[in-house]
Design a protein around this ligand. Structure first.
Ligand code: KIV
Length: 261
């Protein structure tokens, strides 16, 4: 039985930290699931790390569905959540229901993530939750608004910090089961975490959140460029380069294949 949204809420109250990593295909999902993470996020960051776009904006709902199907095939134990991409939910509540519904029906994913906490988004979340679709919220730095916000830390002034806190409270009242806090000051993230009855998952938001998320390509050292708050645990890029160079040299020097193979 995979982990459920309700389990994450229970873990907050038991002070059990929640581990979240992204995945974009079957192989990565399989590795991440086998290693025992709690939540696999099919983040729209895959537009950048897997498809080579310079922002998350170009990825379509069909492309997200294609990748999410592969991730779901690779995951047994983790709760799998998929991002709804830019312009697949912001136009209207019916559009959001249609997109989230397709995501759940066509992929087998258990929940969706939406960015933003302004009043219209809160209404959308409430409607999705009402019809039985679990929603993960996302406030602070929301990459789908990159052309408005850049990749700068959010919530640095008293006014913007208060706005993010109020968005977090409103989204919780609308029924989200957890909330991603991206690139906001650690003290603001800790305050939000204490105020909410649901877990916060931080990325660049300090140690006071109930869980942490990283983009797996950053953790593994596969990304060309990583944000300052990411931690790289392995330099897979140079390991892979080394293996490819060795194979190329073996072919060119006629050491591969060996005679007996
Ligand atoms: O798209 C993504 O990978 C995300 C995480 C960074 C939270 O939204």
């Amino acid at each position: 039985m995979p982990i459920t949204p309700q389990q994450l809420i229970d873990w907050k109250h038991q002070h059990r930290p929640i581990v979240v990593l992204t995945a974009w295909d079957y192989a990565i999902a399989n590795l991440v699931d086998e290693a025992g993470v709690d939540v696999i996020l099919v983040g729209d960051s895959l537009a950048m790390v897997a498809l080579g776009h310079s922002t998350t904006l170009p990825i379509t709902l069909d492309e997200m569905i294609h990748h999410t199907k592969a991730v779901c095939r690779g995951a047994d134990k983790a709760l799998v959540v998929a991002d709804l991409p830019f312009l697949s939910y912001q136009e209207s509540i019916p559009q959001a229901i249609h997109s989230a519904g397709r995501m759940l029906k066509e992929t087998g994913v258990q929940a969706v993530k939406l960015e933003g906490g302004h009043p219209r988004m809160v209404e959308t979340v409430a409607r999705l939750v009402e019809i039985g679709i679990p929603v993960l919220g996302h406030v602070g730095l929301t990459p789908q608004s990159v052309h408005q916000l850049g990749y700068r830390q959010q919530g640095k002034t008293a006014d913007t910090a208060e706005r993010i806190l109020q968005e977090a409270i409103a989204l919780t009242e609308a029924g989200i089961f957890a909330l991603v806090l991206e690139h906001i000051p650690a003290d603001l993230a800790a305050t939000i975490t204490q105020r909410l009855s649901i877990p916060t998952i931080g990325i660049g938001a300090g140690a006071g959140c109930d869980g942490q998320v990283l983009v797996t390509a950053d953790l593994l050292g596969l990304s060309k460029k990583t944000p300052p708050f990411a931690k790289t645990y392995l330099n897979l890029r140079s390991e892979i380069n080394g293996a490819i160079e060795q194979f190329s040299a073996d072919v060119r020097e006629k050491r591969f294949p060996e005679d007996k193979l």
